[in-house]
Every structure is written in C-alpha cells, then in structure tokens.
Design a protein around this ligand. Structure first.
Ligand code: CTP
Ligand code: CA
Length: 227
C-alpha cells in the first residue's frame, strides 16, 4: 500500500456509532440537553467508513453535515437513541457509544407551552432515570464477538473512575476524557486514555479527533469475531 493509504481492516464489518447529545423535552419549545458537539462520533463514523466498514451513525442533535458513505439515523431523546442503537446493534460487529446520553428526563411532558403566572413560584421539574444503553448492550451481549466501546467524561480521579465505569458498563473498551474548562466540548481536538477490559491502558496524546478515532479502531480490530 502507498504511504498514507488507509488499510481496509473494517471491510465486511458493520459498525454502529452514536454521536451528539440527547435532548429531553419539557414542553414543545424547551428541553434538557448537554454540550456534546458530536464531532468525536462523526470522526469515528468517517474513519470507520474510510477503513471499509458499513457504518450506521445514530445522531442526536448535532447539526453536523452528513458524512459520505454512512447510514444516518436521526434521534432526539435517550429513549429514541436506545431504540435506534439496539436495532442497528443486532447485526453489528462493533458498537461505539460516543453520544452523551441524558441520565434523566423530565417525568412529565407538557403538551402545551409551560406558562409563568404572576405571583406564583415555578413548579419544580421532577426527573426520572433514562435507560443506560451501554450497560444494557454490555450486559446482554446480543452477538458473540461483538466489540463494545464506551466513552466517559470525568473531572476527578479520571483513571479510577474510568476503571470502575468500564466494569459497571461491561464494555470491552472505555475511552476516558478528562473534562474541565475549555477541554473537549466542541473542540476539534481531544486527548484521552483508552482502558481495556483486559487491563490495557492506551494513552492518546492531544490531537485531532480523527486520530483518536483511528486509535480506537486500531484497538477494536484485533478483538472482532471471525465471522
Ligand atoms: N451512556 C448510555 N446510556 C446512558 C448514559 C450513558 O449508553 N443513559 C453511555 C454513554 O454513551 C457513554 C457511557 O455510557 O458511552 C458513559 O457515560 P457517562 O455519562 O460517563 O456514564 P454514567 O454511567 O452516566 O455515569 P455518570 O454518573 O458519571 O454520568
Ligand atoms: Ca451520565
């Protein structure tokens, strides 16, 4: 292969990537959301397609342009993202949960816009837990040989929290980002440590999100099942 050519080591594989951040509606005009830009998930989808994979990108609220050669499923909420990811995961060789999934959603959705009333305090917003999609896939393992990758953004005790999260979620790899002011959200660059269920620890220096994406696929490829 020529220098710079991409090795098609994901040819014949189906990979599922979730990207963006879910929005949990309160009423027709308001939602609870997060700052995920979706750029890391899109970089994963682009690099997987370049390496020959069939890619299903489950996208939540990114507003990013469609990458070429990728099947896109658009969702809004965590519940919708779960449906789409589980459906696509049924025949997938790898599932990468790069999306920031809201942990909670409003317990009630107001069909009409919530209005303020003179002299009245606002009603508290009651939240309920959303399903944990990664933990569900990690526990059920619908396909033997399927590689499951999670992400974690941590502010403190990054590695210890990452290790505990990897175990809790039952995934094969966990990409741990240290977040804080100016770090990660919306940026084109990222730095991370990739933890493996086998005890592996791969530091990825600060660089383009594409480079982190390629390192993730480099670690996924040797673990893929043979059929
Ligand atoms: N995730 C998921 N479903 C959820 C929440 C998170 O699938 N309801 C996935 C994310 O896509 C990510 C991983 O789980 O790949 C870790 O997300 P994170 O928010 O770091 O983990 P949590 O278990 O929600 O822990 P925390 O309390 O630190 O938010
Ligand atoms: Ca969370």
């Amino acid at each position: 292969l020529a220098r710079g050519a991409v090795v098609p080591d994901l040819a014949g594989r189906h990979v599922v990537v979730s990207a963006g951040g879910t929005r949990e509606p309160l009423d027709p005009v308001r939602f609870l959301g997060n700052r995920s830009s979706g750029k890391q998930g899109y970089a994963l989808a682009r690099t997987a397609a370049a390496r020959g994979a069939r890619v299903t990108l489950v996208e939540a609220n990114t507003g990013l342009p469609d990458p070429a050669g990728v099947d896109i499923v658009r969702v809004g909420t965590a519940v919708q993202l779960r449906e789409a990811v589980l459906k696509a995961a049924a025949d997938a060789d790898a599932v990468v949960m790069a999306a920031a999934v809201a942990d909670f959603r409003p317990a009630e959705y107001a069909a009409g816009k919530i209005k303020k009333k003179d002299g009245e305090e606002p009603a508290p917003i009651v939240l309920v837990r959303n399903p944990d999609i990664l933990a569900e896939i990690g526990a059920e393992r619908p396909r033997p040989g399927q590689v499951i990758v999670g992400f974690a953004a941590e502010t403190d005790d990054v590695l210890a929290n990452g290790r505990a999260k990897l175990r809790r979620k039952g995934c094969d790899l966990l990409v741990v980002n240290e977040v804080g002011e100016r770090k990660t959200f919306g940026a084109d660059e990222n730095e991370a440590v990739i933890l493996g269920a086998d005890g592996g620890e791969t530091p990825v220096p600060h660089g383009p999100k594409e480079a982190l994406a390629d390192t993730i696929w480099d670690l996924v490829v040797p673990s893929l099942g043979s059929d």
